[in-house]
Structures are given as C-alpha cells and as structure tokens.
Design a protein around this ligand. Structure first.
Ligand code: BV8
Length: 231
C-alpha cells in the first residue's frame, strides 16, 4: 500500500516547539508577513534573522517524540511505499530516524546564498555580515526557508506521489496554508483513502474520509501499529 503522510507543526508540539496558529503560536505573537515573506526580509533583515536564529538555537534544546519515531518505523516497514512530506522546518523527523522526509517549506539548518545561489547545511546564526563559504560574498545569506509567496520545494515529486497513493494522511496541520492544504483533495481525486490525525478539527477536516482527534504522540504510534499489522 502506497501512503503519503503530510506533517505540520502539531507533530513537533509535544517536543516543545511552538505551532503557528494555536493561541500561543508563532504567528499569534508577530505578523507572519513581517517574518516569513521576501518583502518582510527586505524591509527588516535583522528582525527576520533574529527570529530564525532563535528557532535554530531552540532546535538544540528539543528532542523527537513518539510521533516522529512512529513515522520512522513506518518508513522502515514500507520503504519506498511511504512518502513523508513535512511542512516543518525542524529536523525532528531526521533525528527520529526518518531518512527521506521531503521538507517542502525548507529547513532551519540550511542557508541559501542569494549571490551565488548555493544552498548549504548551516548550524550557526546568520547576520547581515555572514560571508558565504562558497563565493565569499557578505550580506547575501538568508535562511533556506520557503516564505509566503515563494514556491515550495520538490512539488513535482510530491504531486507524483499524491497521484499514485492508496492512502493520504495529514498529521498535526491546521490546513491553513496552500498548496499543502490542497493535497487531501488531490489524493482523494486520485482515489486514495484520506485520514486526518490532529488534536482538533482543522480547516479541512470535512474533506477527509476519516479523522481521529488526539495528541500526535498517541495518534501516530497507533496508526503505524495498524498499518504495519495489516502489511
Ligand atoms: C505558494 C515559513 C505558489 C516556515 C511558512 C489566498 C488563498 C489561498 C492561498 C493563498 C492566498 N493568498 C496566498 C496564498 C498562498 C499562500 C497561502 O497558503 N496563504 C494562506 C495563509 C492563505 N501560500 C504560499 O505562499 C506558499 N507558496 O503558494 O506558491 C504555488 C503555486 C502553485 C503550486 C504551488 C505553489 C508558500 C507557503 C510557505 C509558508 N511558510 N512559514 C517557517 O518559518 O517555519 S507558513 C507556516 O505554515 C509553516 O511553514 C507551517 O509549516 C505552515 C503550516 O502550518 P501548520 O504546520 O499547519 O501549523 P499550524 O500552527 O497552523 O497548525 C498546527 C496544528 O497542529 C493545529 O491544527 C493544532 O490543533 C495541531 N496540534 C497542536 N498540538 C498538537 C496538534 N496536533 C496533534 N498533536 C498535538 N500535540
């Protein structure tokens, strides 16, 4: 059985990372248009660097949880029949053991030099003075994050998997951001069974065949046990 799993911030919440749209979420504190758009970065790059530097540093303080471990177990069981797509920019899927997560919104631990167009692994703070190790230019580095108005990564690969899957699962996502919020309809149109695993109803719950509303650390291990039991 070919499965596509889409994850969002809710899957990392129990590891201690904030979501975006819950009452204490990132976008409830500061306008996302100032922090997560190319225009916001052009207007105030220091504000944006500080936001992502703090989130990159926070990553060092948290650990993957039972939901990340369960999805890594599913990858080991299904191999290429699992496509794990994440909107998350943290590295908790990788640290939980997943080897092939598709980071459609980029990664906190990567940087992008706009002068020479090189993308690279990056663990340090970024500042206006940061020099690109590839071209030596200063002042052109940005987080390798897909901001609003930018094209998400690896869309061809994701659409290919959605067109061929037997099951689509969305876990820990509010269904507020496109194109990810539209994946459920694409998978359903292709004949897949659709399942939402979330703490509460999302903006797209009504589009799923089935939904289970519980914490990710309960929902994901139980779901993976069921799939592996049937396989
Ligand atoms: C694009 C940067 C063109 C990363 C982020 C008007 C109508 C429709 C669309 C648009 C429109 N105007 C503009 C658009 C397009 C826009 C968009 O969708 N805007 C929305 C807001 C209307 N999208 C874009 O611009 C995208 N690009 O469209 O390109 C294109 C054209 C054709 C084909 C393809 C593309 C680019 C979007 C990238 C946005 N980047 N941020 C970062 O800093 O981290 S947004 C941000 O939202 C994050 O990246 C995040 O990944 C994403 C989704 O959020 P969620 O992960 O769902 O998090 P959220 O807080 O919302 O929800 C958490 C859920 O977890 C909740 O439901 C909660 O109940 C649950 N939960 C909490 N705790 C738990 C839990 N669940 C389980 N267990 C728990 N313990």
């Amino acid at each position: 059985m070919k499965i596509v799993v889409l994850t969002g911030a809710g899957i990392s919440a129990e590891s201690g990372l904030s979501t975006f749209r819950d009452p204490d979420g990132e976008w409830m504190q500061t306008d996302p248009m100032k922090l997560a758009t190319p225009e916001g970065f052009a207007a105030d790059p220091v504000l944006v660097h500080n936001f992502y530097n703090a989130r990159r540093a926070q990553l060092r303080e948290v650990e993957p949880n039972a939901a990340h471990f369960a999805l890594a177990r599913l990858e080991r069981a299904l191999g290429d029949d699992l496509t794990l797509v994440t909107q998350n920019v943290d590295d908790l899927h990788e640290r939980g053991g997943s080897r092939h997560a598709v980071h459609m919104h980029g990664e906190l631990r990567r940087a992008w030099c706009r002068a020479c167009d090189t993308r690279m692994a990056w663990d340090e703070d970024l500042t206006l003075a940061t020099t690109c190790p590839a071209c030596g230019e200063a002042g052109h580095m940005r987080p390798d994050i897909v901001w609003f108005g930018e094209m998400p990564y690896r869309m061809d690969e994701i659409l290919h998997a959605l067109e061929r899957c037997d099951m689509f699962v969305a876990a820990g996502t509010s269904g507020a951001v496109y194109p990810a919020a539209g994946f459920v309809e694409l998978a359903a149109d292709a004949g897949a069974e659709t399942l939402e695993l979330n703490l509460q109803r999302s903006e797209t719950t009504q589009l799923f065949d089935d939904h289970r509303h519980a914490p990710a650390t309960e929902n994901l291990p139980a779901f993976v046990d069921e799939v592996i039991g049937k396989a």
